[in-house]
Ligand binder design. Structure first.
Ligand code: HEC
Length: 111
């Protein structure tokens, strides 16, 4: 009986441990530290804020609302589970989307 319980719990333990270590956007080369004020905010301002300053469902104007909505922002930039954004425009280049993804990977620093 003990053996069976062990066999049942052991894989779960491994799964839960590895889950903690999963990086949201893995496989990225995020060696440089991303700056919120110098990298992320200008990127969002140039491409998103014109339509998302208290309109169209999202306000993307400052650290709080950008970090809260980071999952939706990246989903929309990639057209993954969200409508592709910028709306009507071409998809942003990977290098710009990766700035957002690396910023999230690095813990959404308010720097
Ligand atoms: C030209 C205007 C415009 C721009 C630029 C724009 N959006 Fe949007 N966005 C909209 C509108 C309008 C909607 C509401 C959905 C609709 O009517 O298509 C929307 C919806 C969204 C949604 C919700 C989509 C969904 O499927 O639930 C997200 C997230 C979003 N935008 C993020 C962004 C991000 C991030 C950027 C910058 C990369 C951006 N948007 C740029 C107009 C814009």
């Amino acid at each position: 009986m003990t053996k069976i319980i062990f066999l049942a719990i052991f894989p779960l333990t491994i799964l839960s441990c590895s889950k903690d270590k999963v990086i949201p956007y893995s496989g990225l080369n995020c060696s440089d530290e991303i700056s919120f004020s110098e990298d992320v905010l200008p990127l969002i301002n140039q491409n998103c804020t014109g339509c998302h300053n208290n309109q169209n469902g999202y306000s993307l104007t400052n650290y709080d609302n950008i970090s809260t909505n980071s999952k939706a922002i990246i989903g929309a930039m990639r057209g993954n589970n969200y409508q592709l954004m910028p709306k009507g425009g071409p998809m942003l280049p990977d290098s710009l989307i990766e700035i957002m993804e690396c910023w999230v990977n690095q813990g959404k620093l308010n720097n």
